[in-house]
Design a protein around this ligand. Sequence first.
Ligand SMILES: Cc1cc2nc3c(=O)[nH]c(=O)nc-3n(C[C@H](O)[C@H](O)[C@H](O)COP(=O)(O)OP(=O)(O)OC[C@H]3O[C@@H](n4cnc5c(N)ncnc54)[C@H](O)[C@@H]3O)c2cc1C
Length: 384
Amino acid sequence: MSIRFDPAPESAAIACLRAEVRAFLDHESEAGGFDPLNLDPETRFDRAFSAKVGARGWIGMTWPKELGGHGRSYAERYAVTEELLAGNAPIRAHFVADRQSGPMLIKYAQPHVRDELVPKIVAGELAFCIGMSEADSGSDLFAARAKAVACDGGWRLSGSKLWTTLAHRCDWMIGIFRTAPATSDNRRHGLTQFLIDMGRSGISVRPILFPSGEHDFNEVVFDDVFVPDDHVLGSPDEAWRQATSELAFERSGPERFLETYPLMPALIDVLSSSPDQRSAEGLGRMTAQLHVFRHMAMAVARGMDEGSEPVAEASVVKAAATRWEQAMVAEARRITSLIDNDGPDRERFDDVLQHMTALTPKVTIQGGTVEILHSIVARALGLR
Ligand SMILES: Cc1cc2nc3c(=O)[nH]c(=O)nc-3n(C[C@H](O)[C@H](O)[C@H](O)COP(=O)(O)OP(=O)(O)OC[C@H]3O[C@@H](n4cnc5c(N)ncnc54)[C@H](O)[C@@H]3O)c2cc1C
């Protein structure tokens, strides 16, 4: 197997779409709908804003029209997502549902469940979280111990999930639970995916604070929580097949290298219009590298439009681009350490730098660590 990134120029239609998103963001920020300089993760979860994005047709873009989606391409979705992220729009309330929970429901939910929830996701009304990781089951997802036991009309869940981003604000979780032991010939067997209403009795969400004090993560504890039969996703014991495609959705987007992006415009402001040669070279190098990652990620989106499953390509982008995100923050600090500029731009830059310095360690861990991604790529290349 080979790994391919086929470059292709962006079409005029996609350039128009980008202009449409930028005009929307300009309008919204001027009208006070959001503050593009605000980096606080809490305020970037904004249901009212998500409803506006949904009304523009920018949630569920690639999903079939007959299911309430918009039947557009992954390349178009890529362009819209990139613009929203580069504009620092508060899209966290719908982002996980748009990226991976909705596609999972479309593929694996019972038709009546799918038909009830998918249109609400498309309207930006529902927030989803991901219940995969546990205390001893992160990279090794298939070691999950939280369990589900069949009962009359459904299942009873017990155990706990860890590092569940935004569980305290979400309406639904898609979680993985053990429904049978692994078998001797398949250690991945015995896990089932459930759609879980976060309002069910027996669920408690315990905050885990970042070192900065921000509340984003949680431990979610399930104490004999009832989930009806029709909220099983796909086939019992087969979650490993399904979760693999979920991870592919999770790894392929521009959110994987634009989390620290607000530092770049702040750096450009500090350098002003006449940077010294050393600073200009540093900024130029970072810009060129970002440009390459954007083209690689767009090639992944085009591969999905052509019906391929570019899991290895998405892994290359995530592994390399998240390392770049970390290096970019270090480079910005290096460049500015010798610049004598104490104005308001410098204050803003220092604030963003501090925020991004605290944030970057996580980018190579969330959604699959670089070591795990390297091993996926090695397997795709036939090296292991
Ligand atoms: C910001 C953030 C948000 C997150 N949000 C969620 C969420 O919403 N829902 C959710 O379910 N999870 C979430 N996670 C958890 C995340 O998916 C796990 O942290 C990640 O998969 C790693 O698992 P772990 O922390 O258990 O580390 P481990 O798996 O214990 O790994 C520890 C180290 O060992 C290395 N390692 C492990 N196995 C191998 C191997 N086979 N070969 C080589 N090296 C290996 C890893 O690369 C890593 O460096 C989030 C994590 C972060 C940082």
